[in-house]
Write a new protein. Structure first.
Length: 353
């Protein structure tokens, strides 16, 4: 670290290194403009023996002036004057730190624990922004407000968004709130213990309890950076949360075909929603051997059970009929890790560039 940068950081740190009494005394004087030491004590409940040391500390930092009269007067300094140099130092500090900043590689760790509320919120924002074709989120009404514009941007970009709001009792009224702007399908869930989570494209994901967003140091969030682990969050969302939530809104902004999916359940639902033929391209692996495979053909049948725990797609290929399942499929022929659906033909990679 250069000497200039170090001195800048020291100036900023020294100016803001205020104790509880100093903060209370400063705000008290600032509100009244001018007070005696006794008046500061009376209005702030700072013990009389501590007032003189406190206001002299504020004077040393240039936040107040001391007028040695009888009694001594403490006069507030205009905040623009008092903090102007701090703002300049912060601007300088941020500029120099940005020049030195190297973004950490997200993929270096499969799982990360985060304990800061602000960090958890930053990851939610990043996951929403990262989604290219599919996003699932479970949020509180407050977080829905916070990330409204980010979710709306995802919907406008053609991302399929499944949204859960919890608790249902505090979810915005569908008659007053335009859920279609922020979600393809929105549901509400009663439980106040429903976790906060987000998954982008079945891959990058995070999971946190609602308590973790209350600045509780004993709580934490979990970040999953690899698809095999992100699937755990997606599976939990689909089988435990989504299936026990009540509908708030359906039929958001429609995406054109061909479409890309990380979840076979979403693909099956779209097949059921539209009439006519579908053509599929699925990339994954054979269930029994684990060998990588790409399946292409016309969809013959798509099924999903009532609890949405099991979903399958039967495809007619040049080599016969193949049964496609989702991640960790056990009974089907192929475990699909990524699915592409088209209406007129089999989708190609060029469709998604």
């Amino acid at each position: 670290m250069s000497n200039d940068l170090q001195s800048t950081m020291e100036r900023v740190g020294n100016r803001f290194n205020l104790g509880e009494y100093e903060i209370i005394a400063y705000l008290t004087v600032l509100e009244h403009g001018e007070l005696s030491a006794s008046e500061v004590s009376d209005r702030s409940e700072i013990p009389q023996p501590r007032v003189y040391d406190t206001v002299r500390s504020l004077s040393d930092r240039g936040l107040v002036e001391l007028r040695e009269s009888r009694p001594m007067k403490i006069v507030a300094v205009d905040p623009e004057t008092a903090f102007g140099s701090v703002q300049d130092s912060l601007d300088e500090l941020i500029s120099e730190l940005e020049a030195r900043y190297t973004a950490p590689a997200r993929e270096t760790e499969a799982v990360s624990l985060v304990k800061s509320r602000s960090t958890i919120l930053r990851y939610i924002n990043e996951i929403i922004d990262d989604a290219e074709f599919e996003l699932i989120v479970s949020l509180t009404p407050e977080l829905l407000t916070k990330f409204h514009d980010d979710l709306a941007s995802a919907v406008d970009a053609g991302v399929s968004v499944d949204l859960i709001i919890t608790p249902l009792s505090r979810a915005p009224d569908p008659n007053e709130f335009q859920y279609q702007e922020v979600a393809t399908v929105a549901r509400g869930r009663r439980g106040i213990t429903t976790p906060i989570l987000a998954v982008a494209d079945g891959n990058y994901s995070m999971y946190a309890t609602q308590d973790a967003l209350k600045d509780d140091r004993d709580r934490y969030g979990v970040i999953f950076n690899r698809s095999a682990l992100g699937f755990l969050v997606s599976g939990f969302f689909g089988t435990v949360l989504w299936s026990t939530a009540e509908s708030l809104s359906v039929g958001g902004k429609k995406r054109p075909f061909p479409r890309r999916y990380a979840s076979i359940r979403r693909a099956v639902k779209d097949i059921h929603e539209f009439d006519g033929s579908f053509y599929l391209r699925a990339m994954g692996r054979m269930v029994q051997t684990g060998e990588p495979v790409t399946v292409e053909g016309k969809v013959r049948k798509a099924a999903i059970n009532e609890t949405e725990e099991v979903a399958t797609i039967d495809v007619i290929t040049g080599d016969g009929e193949v049964e496609i399942g989702g991640l960790v499929a056990a009974f089907e022929d192929v475990e699909a890790q990524e699915i592409f659906l088209g209406r007129e033909r089999i989708p190609s990679a060029d469709d998604f560039e």
